[in-house]
Design a protein around this ligand. Structure first.
Ligand SMILES: *Cc1c(COP(=O)(O)O)cnc(C)c1O
Length: 394
């Protein structure tokens, strides 16, 4: 019989019924250490008491009113995002792709309002991922996501990630914006060189373009700062955030400077669900926690110790793991003599959840609340699996 749930995913045959902190329990009782966080989403782990309290309290008051009315939670969350970022203004939606759509619509409308409607093209990077809508698969430019969905939406040019000359050569009279992920996630945890990212800012300014950062995966403390651009001394004009923002509740946001956001007027963009009271209760609790003094210091501390452990394992098994990549708790193991999917399965069988990425990489995206206990356990599981794999090779 045809599956009642459309067959768009290659799912592992496991279902979880309970989560607490960095752990998930399957229906059959098996316990897993969750270093995937539902793809960088459950930033505070599962059932964080503060999130549970915020969401259940809001659930007893009001869930949804629509954006026809003021939503005080939106005003508070937006104010906090503005306080902690370059942005002056925020639009709320429900996913990363929608946050990106808002960024892309701003890129076009900004120039239209400035009297240069011919500027609509966005320069994107090879290996990028921006979502699965028609516009965002065009922005991502990956054959595997575009195949069968022609015609590809017009308006996106692709250049090698990290190559400033190629990017500058691609700028034309119709270019509106530059769009990159500060660290490419789905592409295989590829870190943008800080100097390259800084020069993108200068290039955007030189040509009057908007600089858009997709921080859907890197945002909300994942790289050790609230946003990855904060490791640099420059900021984008427009930025997409989602994944970690709701800690597991679906919510996305497009952050922008006043100059960029000014082009949006009542009726120009919208979302029925976007920023509803439930989503805002979750996002506010996440933001309040991640921005508490000391929280990101602890993330950086545990990230450094996890990375050291991974590098030790890499040095011990250089044929299986060629490289440890990434920043903060957004880490990638570049696989050599083994397929990332095969390593992932072995780790799964040993009780550790990870996420695959492009370029034969296994991603480690643990919740930001992990401590030495979880780090040590993950490294122990990895050590065992890598020793097995290496033993089987020789
Ligand atoms: C996951 C992701 C998206 C898409 O987010 P969805 O919520 O799946 O629509 C966009 N950009 C980046 C960088 C992502 O990692």
């Amino acid at each position: 019989m045809f599956p009642v749930v459309m067959p768009t995913y290659a799912r592992a045959d496991v279902a979880f019924e309970k989560g607490e902190g960095a752990y998930l329990w399957a229906e059959d009782g098996r316990r897993f250490l969750d270093f995937g966080s539902g793809v960088a989403v459950t930033a505070l782990g599962h059932c964080h008491p503060r999130l549970v309290a915020a969401l259940t309290a809001q659930a007893g008051r009001v869930w949804h009113t629509s954006n026809m009315y003021r939503i005080p939670g939106q005003e508070r969350v937006a104010a906090k995002l503005v306080e902690h970022s370059f942005a002056d203004s925020v639009f709320f939606c429900n996913s990363g792709a929608e946050a990106m759509e808002c960024c892309l619509k701003i890129a076009r409308k900004y120039h239209d309002e400035s009297g240069r409607p011919e500027r609509y093209r966005v320069i994107c990077a090879n290996g990028a991922f921006h979502g699965r809508t028609l516009a965002t698969i065009a922005a991502g430019g990956q054959e595997k996501h575009l195949k069968g969905f022609a015609p590809v939406m017009d308006g996106f040019d692709h250049v090698p990630y990290g190559n400033l000359n190629a990017l500058r050569d691609a700028i034309g009279a119709e270019t509106a914006a530059i769009l990159v992920e500060p660290v490419q996630g789905e592409g295989g945890i590829v870190r943008g060189d800080p100097d390259y990212l800084r020069r993108l800012r200068a290039t955007a300014d030189e040509f009057g373009l908007l600089l858009i950062f997709d921080e859907v995966q890197t945002g909300i403390g994942r790289t050790g700062r609230l946003f990855a651009y904060q490791h640099l001394d420059v900021a984008p004009d427009v930025m997409a955030v989602a994944k970690g923002l709701g800690g597991g509740f679906p919510v996305g946001a497009c952050l922008a400077t006043e100059a960029a956001a000014r082009c949006l007027t009542p009726g120009s963009h919208g979302s029925t669900f976007g920023g509803n009271p439930l989503a805002m209760a979750a996002a506010e609790a996440v933001l309040d926690t991640v921005t508490e003094p000391g929280f990101l210091d602890r993330v950086n501390h545990v990230a450094a110790s996890l990375r050291t452990g991974l590098e030790t394992l890499q040095a011990r098994h250089p044929a299986v793991i060629e490289e440890v990549r990434g920043q903060g708790l957004m880490l990638g193991l570049k696989c050599g003599a083994v397929e990332n999917i095969a390593l992932m399965r072995r780790l799964f069988d040993a009780g550790l959840l990870t996420v695959a990425a492009g370029d034969n990489v296994v991603r480690l995206l643990p919740p930001l609340i992990i401590g030495e206990t979880e780090t040590t356990q993950a490294l122990d599981i990895l050590a065992g699996v890598l020793a097995d794999l290496d033993g089987a090779r020789s």
